[in-house]
Every structure is written in structure tokens, then in C-alpha cells.
Design a protein around this ligand. Sequence first.
Ligand SMILES: *Cc1c(COP(=O)(O)O)cnc(C)c1O
Ligand SMILES: *[C@@H]1O[C@H](CO)[C@@H](O)[C@H](O)[C@H]1NC(C)=O
Length: 391
Amino acid sequence: MAEVPVPECLLKPLYVPRKLLMGPGPSNASPRILAAGALPLLGHLHPEFIAIMDEVKKGIQYAFQTKNEVTLAVSGTGHAAMETAACNLIEPKDVVLSVCTGIWGERFADMAERQGAKVVKITKEQGQVFSNQELEQALRRIQPTVMFVTHGESSSATCQPVNDLGILCHKYGCILIVDCVASLGAVPMYMDKWGIDVLYTGAQKVLSVSPGASPISFSERAWKKTQSRTKRVTSFYFDMTGLANYWGCDGQPRKYHHTGPISSIYGLREGLATLAEEGLEQSWKRHAQCADMLYRGIEEMNLRFLVENKEFRLPTVTAVLVPAGVQWKNVSNYVMEKYRVELAGGLGLSAGKVWRIGLMGYNATPDNIRLLLRALREGITTEQTRIPSRL
Ligand SMILES: *Cc1c(COP(=O)(O)O)cnc(C)c1O
Ligand SMILES: *[C@@H]1O[C@H](CO)[C@@H](O)[C@H](O)[C@H]1NC(C)=O
């Protein structure tokens, strides 16, 4: 006799509403990707599954523009890839420079501290980015062994240029880790050309895949650093040496490390295939054009942007300042209730001050932008007419 009774809720059918996810992620998955998730499972070392893993690896190499052998998908969401970068590249003797343009630099600094390293943060005013000159000054002053930069800062909606940044880091004997979770596929990224040592992304942003497996790649420099550690990697699950073997990156026979998230890998394969079919250049162009269309619509409503300089805006996440007297939450509630559209609020320093509008992958289309603008305009008007002083 079971002592804990059957939960009544589980006897009802699963209910999932249809929503248009126009926040900073997840974005909606295309029918093709959803269908991939329904395919039959395979064993995690069956030859057919290994062939799919190899295709995923090739897709990541294309998306990252890298020839790195150590390229794979970590089991878990973007944070898992972030932890993988932190626990493999950092040990207590390291000095880590975390470049903060929003919450993700703070998050990485937290992870680096947990590895016992000395961590130094440099922080930019919200909505701004660093120049390579400023970063070089910091490299000279702090002499870090590891530097972390967020390419697409989804909390402040900025895009930090990372062109040639790795080359600069190498001049100072430093390894460069770049987070491109919110930007990969939408903004040009050249891992090898720019000298990036560790690059990672997530599945549920521009790739429009359900969260669960996150692409990551290590340069030869990064790989050498992990292979010459004095202390063992603190995590078994995220130890890149074991993962590289499971993903066939070390030339040795593959061994069981853990069970790969089979269905998530199918989805990732289809997300990368969608990107390959469209082509990186076309995807970059589409995201830039969609962002421009959104900017025009926002300007026509006389609303302002958190990131004033268009050059530093992240095309996948636009932060719009909430006008005085308007409650952001009321408007996003309206948009959700009436249109089933997700309009996110701020995060970290931008919390309460902005709406964040996502334009990612499958969702980055003119039709979605028109619907979102209409819903936002209506939501603000409805909210404003509620305020007595405006009546
Ligand atoms: C979303 C995001 C992450 C975290 O990804 P999760 O999948 O939520 O773990 C990391 N970095 C950036 C820039 C992001 O936008
Ligand atoms: C939000 O909407 C509610 C009604 O739904 C209204 O009473 C309120 O004044 C609005 N503003 C705030 C701050 O909640």
C-alpha cells in the first residue's frame, strides 16, 4: 500500500498553451525541431547516435567558425557550458578578469570564485561597452591568466565587440572565454580568426531548440591549459577530458561518461541544420534587418532605447525604456493575456526600467514584429488611460 497517495494533478492531461516567446529566450522552436524531439530514442553509444553527434560537432564548428577538434555539446543549458568553461580553465592559482557589461559577467565572476581563483571585475555603465583599448589597459594592469567577456549581454541588450580580442589576450599570456549564448547565429562570430579560446552558446536562443544541450569549443591553447592543470577539475560531469572522449575528440575509443540527452541532441542537430541551410551570412542579415524594423516601430511610438548608440545594440534583445507613469508588468500582462505574446521585463540593473524584446532565430520575422508592436502599443495606451492624470 503506497503511503503517499496518487497526485490528482497527474491524472489530468498535460496542458501547454501556445505562446509567442518574444523575450530574451527561450524562443519558439520550429515544427521541424519539435518533431525531432519525438523521434525514437537510441542508445547513447549506438553507431547511429554517434553519427548524429558527429553531425552536431560539424554544425557547431560551422556556427562558431572554428576548426577546433575539441568541439561538442555539453548536457545542460547555457549555464552548464559556462560552468564547463569555468571549472576546466580555472584553478586556485589563476587570476580571472571578468568583464561586466550586465549580469553575465557577474555570474561568471561568481563561478570563478567558486573555483578558488582571484577574481577582478571591471564594470561598464549600463548600455555601454568596452573598447579594445580599455580592455588592453585592464590586461596590462591586472595581468589575468583568464579573461571572460559576454558577447551578447541579454540583460543590458548590448553587443560587446570581441573582434581580435583573443589575439590581444594572447599578447598578455591570457586565455579568452566568450559567452555568445544570446548572439550566436545572429551576429558575426569568428572564433578562430578572433583568437577566442573558449566559446559557448545555448540551444534555446537563436538556434530555437529546446534547452538541454549547449555547444562549446576549446582552442588548442585552452585544451593545453586544461591538460596541464595542477589540480583535478572539480566537476566530474563537466570535465572536458571525459566529455572530449565521449564526443570522439581525442582520437581514443569512446567510453561511457554519462548518458547524452538523446532527444536534445536530435533537436540541436536540426537547429544547426536549419542554420546551415539558411547560411550564417543570411541569418546575420535577417537578424539585423528585423532589429532595424523593430527599432523603427519603437521610434514611431516615441519610446526610447536603453542602449542609445545603435552600434552597440544587440539585435536579438532590444531593451525599451518604460515611459514614466507606466507599470511595465501591467503592459506585459496585457500583451500576454490578449495576444499570448511574451514581452519580458528587465534583469539585474535594468529590472523594472525596461521591456526586453527578443528577436531570435525562428521568431525573427516581420509578422512577429508587427504583432508585437501592435500589442505593445495597445498595452501602453490601455495602461495610460488608466492613469487619472492622463484622462
Ligand atoms: C540565457 C543566457 C545564459 C544562460 O543560459 P541558460 O540556458 O538560461 O542556462 C548565459 N548567457 C547569456 C548571455 C544568456 O543570454
Ligand atoms: C495595473 O493595473 C491594475 C488593474 O489591472 C491597476 O489597478 C493598477 O493601477 C495598474 N498599475 C499598477 C501599479 O498595478
